[in-house]
Design a protein. Structure first.
Length: 386
């Protein structure tokens, strides 16, 4: 399939047609439309095409969203630009050809990544919410009026919380953006398969939890965020005060019952310890800018480390000891209260899948590789050392 790879190619292509239909009302399509408006090349956009209007806004940036079946008159002379990620475009292309479209091109992931850097983070879910809100404002006026005070208080709280997140995370992460570009990064988790890992020479090693107790693996960073009282009393984190690398110690957003898992203040007194803010465990939004938004690792510290690793923009990210299975720990211990199996493993796997989709959109050049995978087998590229 042919792809549009630059602004020049886009301009040259649409110049030869009476108009164009942007097919895709999601994130890629929204960003492309914003970009074309900004670059003053949106005058040939007729509409935004979608297989169905269900779940989509009525319009985006003033351009109407139309179902495919409404676009029969445009099949012959108009250009259809598929505005989705590359791996979804082949099926859409066949669908458009069967519909009778004569000219179909797609937007390449590389071009989308460049566009993404130049437009606002104004995603389709926000657009849908705003559009539907205005459409129903008159019929729901009484209910809205009754909720104003509650919403105002909630907004004030959100502003305070956002200020805290920005202050804490900017201090922790600002200097690390793209800092490992071109290098390899290894997430060192504590599953039993970690015993099969041989340190990759020259790689940056980001440990989680008690990975610092495996001295043959030199850590550059360490992420910890679950310092619940029973772990402290059992000595799980004994010796962490002697760790020399940078330690990122998680703090939970206060609107959650899991606040009690935070490490006590005495663990934060060393000069190499840096606080960072974690999103709630049930969130599905992953933010690219972890300086001004919480890190999406509320469900597991390994996800916090992976989110940070993507922010550093390496060439490859290796997952070592990320078993996501009831295999116990690398030191042979098995803690039944924290055993990863059943529903916990399934939910954690969903979180990895969400992070994979996030990486495909924002960091398509970064390859994620599982070393000796167990529960994550088949999710990323798999390699085996035994």
């Amino acid at each position: 399939m042919n792809y549009i790879n630059s602004k020049e190619e886009l301009e040259d292509t649409i110049r030869d047609y009476e108009g164009c239909i942007i097919y895709g009302a999601g994130l890629v399509g929204t960003c492309l439309i914003q970009y074309m408006i900004k670059e003053k090349i949106s005058f040939k956009i007729v509409c935004i095409g979608a297989k169905s209007k269900e779940g989509n806004p009525a319009s985006i940036m003033g351009i109407p969203v139309c179902e495919l079946k409404e676009l029969k008159s445009y099949r012959e002379k108009y250009l259809f630009v598929i505005a989705t990620l590359e791996h979804t475009q082949e099926g859409i292309r066949h669908e458009l050809w069967e519909f009778g479209c004569k000219k179909v091109l797609g937007i390449s992931n590389a071009f989308f990544a460049g566009i993404r850097e130049t437009v606002n983070d104004f995603t389709p879910d926000i657009i849908c919410a705003v559009s539907k809100g205005f459409a129903n404002v008159y019929t729901n006026f009484t209910n809205i009026y009754n909720k104003i005070d509650t919403v105002a208080n909630e907004l004030a709280y959100l502003v305070e919380e956002q200020n805290e997140v920005s202050t804490v995370n900017t201090k922790a992460f600002a200097k690390y953006r793209n800092c490992y570009r071109g290098r390899d990064v290894v997430i060192v988790a504590t599953g039993s398969t970690l015993n099969m890992y041989q340190p990759i020479k020259g790689a940056v090693h980001i440990g989680v939890n008690t990975a610092y107790k495996k001295p043959e693996i030199p850590l550059d960073h360490l992420f910890v965020q679950d310092g619940r009282p029973e772990f402290i009393s059992q000595g799980k984190f004994d010796g962490i005060e002697n760790v020399k690398c940078r330690i990122f110690m998680g703090r939970i957003l206060k609107r959650t019952y899991t606040e009690e898992i935070e490490f006590p203040e005495e663990y934060r007194l060393c000069e190499n310890v840096e606080d960072f803010m974690i999103d709630r465990w049930d969130t599905k939004r992953i933010y690219r800018d972890i300086c001004h938004h919480p890190v999406s690792g509320g469900y597991a510290v390994t996800l916090s480390a992976l989110h940070f690793a993507l922010y550093t923009y390496p060439e490859r990210i290796y997952l070592a000891g990320c078993d996501n299975a009831p295999t116990g720990y690398y030191d042979g211990t098995i803690n039944k209260s924290t055993l990863i199996d059943g529903e916990v493993a399934d939910r954690l796997k969903e979180k990895y899948q969400e992070m994979k989709r996030f990486a495909q959109i924002h960091y398509p050049e970064t390859e994620i590789i599982s070393i000796n995978p167990v529960g994550l087998k088949g999710m990323f590229k798999d390699i085996y050392t035994r």
